[in-house]
Structures are given as structure tokens and as C-alpha cells.
Design a protein around this ligand. Structure first.
Ligand code: 6PG
Length: 244
């Protein structure tokens, strides 16, 4: 099975980070010109950190009108914002604390609250930002992929993979014995642009399975990401592309 989307193989993680930062800057400029704002959902984990750092560097910071940028999250761990596990903490240290993004434009998932209540609150926040539509249309969604094929906090065999109506779900992840808050696959799939960032040998076999193997999104949730009316691109390094 060939997944939809364009695969770009780059030399190493630094090149992937630069390419992702370029996509961010270009898509932000286009969205702000077209409709006055740029709504992005950030990925968590470790891979995108360098991209966020680059965006706050001299090379990129002046390419974006930060006052028009609205930052959301694709998922969050159920921890406080200062916890080492927090995706918000990672993005804040790498990006928010270094850039003039208005505080009200940073839309944090409340990881420290009751998961179901936080999911409902976040959905309300998205509904008021993307007012009057049946699905949110992010201008860009950054995604990573775990070595088990998960993306956002859509983990293999978890209930969130079956979600067809809610935009945001509190998802019990048995392997971690914890809830995660995550955008549902349809909420991601209605984005204008979806960009996976995947690097490292540890992801190589799974990436090949996701891209070329039989379609089985319950086991390989990254396969559930198929844009309804938008673009999908994979920025991967040579190590992750070993088996492609
Ligand atoms: C998270 C992420 C998750 C991440 C993958 C890859 O909250 O952990 O949203 O989906 O993108 O687990 O993580 P790495 O980039 O650390 O390999």
C-alpha cells in the first residue's frame, strides 16, 4: 500500500529541522496573506525541538509575523506545564519564550486537569477559533511518529483511533498507564497541510511498514493520517529512510 503524500529524504536531523522551519515560515506567510492568521498545531516529543529552536533564531524569526500566529498542540501529556514530560514546556523553552507571540495566541492543552474535562475545554477553544465549521482547518499540523507507529497521542489499539466526531479526545494509553489528550485523526486530517518529521534509524523499519505495508491504522496509527482536502508531506532523514 502506498500512503498518500510526498516524501522528502534529507541528509540528517539538522537538515530535516531546517526544511521544517522553512515550511513553517512559507506557509505562515501564505496563510497570513490569504486570511490574516496562521493556525498551527505543534507536535511534541523530541524531534521537532530543533525546528522550534530554529524558528526563534536570527535566521528565521524575522520571516514570520508572530502576532498573527496562533499556536495549538496536537497532543499533550497529562502533566503540569513545568513537568519535563510536558510538550508545552518543550515548545515554551524552544520557542514561545524567545518569540513575540501574544500570550493569548498560545493555546495550551491543560495537561494537569481532569483529562476528559481538558479535552472538552480544548475542543471548545478550537470551536471558538475555527468558528462555525464541522472540523478545524489548521493551516499546518506538525506530527512526529513513534517507533510503534503512533502519531500525536493516537497509539496502537487505543480508543481515540475510533473517534469520528470529537475534535479532541482524552485517550487512555495502556502502555504508559496514563491518559493523553490528543486531536482526533479527523481533526488532523482536515488541515490544509500536514507535515511529519521522522528521523533516526530506530524509526526506519516502522516507517517502511507505515508507508509501504498493508493498511492497518489500528496497529499503525500514522496510517490514519490522510488529508481530506490538503497536503501531506514527510520530512525524513536518510537513517529513517533506510528501508524505503
Ligand atoms: C508526543 C508526541 C508524539 C511524538 C512521537 C515521536 O507527545 O510524544 O506528540 O506523537 O511525535 O512520540 O516522538 P520523538 O520525536 O521523541 O521520537
Amino acid at each position: 500500500m502506498e500512503l498518500p503524500g510526498n516524501i522528502v529524504v534529507l541528509e540528517d536531523p539538522e537538515d530535516v529541522a531546517h526544511a521544517a522551519a522553512d515550511r513553517f515560515a512559507d506557509l505562515a506567510a501564505a496563510a497570513i496573506t490569504a486570511h490574516g492568521r496562521f493556525g498551527i498545531a505543534l507536535a511534541g516529543g523530541s524531534t521537532p525541538q530543533r525546528t522550534y529552536e530554529l524558528l526563534s533564531s536570527e535566521d528565521y524569526r524575522n520571516r514570520v509575523v508572530w502576532s498573527r500566529v496562533h499556536v495549538f498542540f496536537g497532543d499533550e501529556r497529562c502533566v503540569p506545564p513545568e513537568d519535563l514530560e510536558s510538550n508545552y514546556r518543550m515548545a515554551n523553552r524552544a520557542m514561545f519564550s524567545r518569540l513575540p507571540i501574544p500570550a493569548q495566541n498560545i493555546h495550551r492543552m491543560i495537561g494537569e486537569g481532569d483529562p476528559a474535562a481538558s479535552a472538552r475545554l480544548y475542543e471548545d477553544e478550537l470551536q471558538s477559533f475555527f468558528e462555525g465549521v464541522s472540523w478545524p482547518r489548521f493551516d499546518l499540523v506538525f506530527l512526529g511518529m513513534g517507533d510503534d507507529g503512533h502519531t500525536a497521542s493516537l497509539f496502537p489499539g487505543t480508543i481515540a483511533l475510533k473517534e469520528e466526531r470529537a475534535w479532541v479526545v482524552a485517550n487512555w494509553v495502556e502502555k504508559f498507564k496514563t491518559f493523553r489528550i490528543t486531536l482526533s485523526a479527523p481533526a488532523i486530517n482536515h488541515a490544509a497541510h500536514i507535515l511529519f518529521l521522522v528521523t533516526g534509524e530506530s524509526k526506519a523499519r516502522r516507517l517502511a511498514e507505515v508507508m509501504r505495508g498493508p493498511r492497518d491504522p489500528a496497529r499503525l496509527p500514522s496510517q490514519a493520517i490522510r488529508p481530506v482536502d490538503g497536503s501531506l508531506e514527510w520530512l525524513v532523514d536518510k537513517a529513517a529512510a533506510t528501508y524505503l
